[in-house]
Write a protein that binds this ligand. Structure first.
Ligand code: HEM
Length: 152
């Protein structure tokens, strides 16, 4: 049991690195690659690879996270919060992860439907705001993950 938990934690960490690292890199790419023509050449190729890579790492993060949460009996705390430091950390992390997952689904569906095509202003707005939201939420999720690990 302890061995499986250690393996799950290693998976959780490597997937957190991949998931967050990917989003930081795309953020930098978005700023560095301003030229419209270059964007039209790069994004249709990189987009789908990036999308599936990110989706895979998020799902692996959630599965390993649920395993770790169950191992430490954190779901009891999540359902019955008692305002201790650990209870606050798991509640905040779980809420942020839920919002982040919804934003990722929205972003993924738009990206999947419109790759290589023109987007409507609404699709553009939803796609950009969801990616900004994912980027910033990640920083807070990491913060509460660190507090959580500090206590466990
Ligand atoms: C976007 C999703 C997630 C990200 C980016 C993420 C990130 C992280 C990181 C970076 C750590 C290590 C912190 C450190 O070493 O200081 C961690 C630990 C942990 N995470 Fe997550 N996590 C996510 C989702 C989840 C979910 C859904 C759960 C379950 C409710 C969860 C439960 C845990 C637990 C219990 C630990 C501590 C494990 C231990 O100390 O053995 N995580 N997470």
């Amino acid at each position: 049991m302890h061995f499986t938990k250690e393996v799950m934690f290693h998976i959780h960490l490597i997937m957190a690195i991949s998931w967050i690292g990917g989003s930081v890199f795309m953020f930098v790419l978005g700023i560095a690659l301003r030229d419209k023509k270059a964007q039209q050449e790069v994004y249709p190729h990189v987009g789908p690879i990036f999308g599936w890579f990110e989706l895979f790492s998020l799902i692996a993060l959630l599965i390993s996270g649920f395993y770790l949460g169950a191992y430490y009996n954190l779901f009891d705390l999540l359902l019955h919060p008692n305002h201790t430091r650990i209870s606050d950390a798991i509640v905040k992390k779980a809420v942020l992860v839920a919002i982040l997952s919804i934003a990722t689904i929205i972003h993924f569906i738009i990206a999947y439907k419109t790759n290589g095509k023109e987007r409507t202003p609404m699709q553009n707005f939803l796609s950009r705001s969801s990616s900004m939201l994912i980027f910033f939420l990640n920083l807070f999720v990491m913060h509460y993950a660190i507090i959580l690990r500090d206590i466990l």
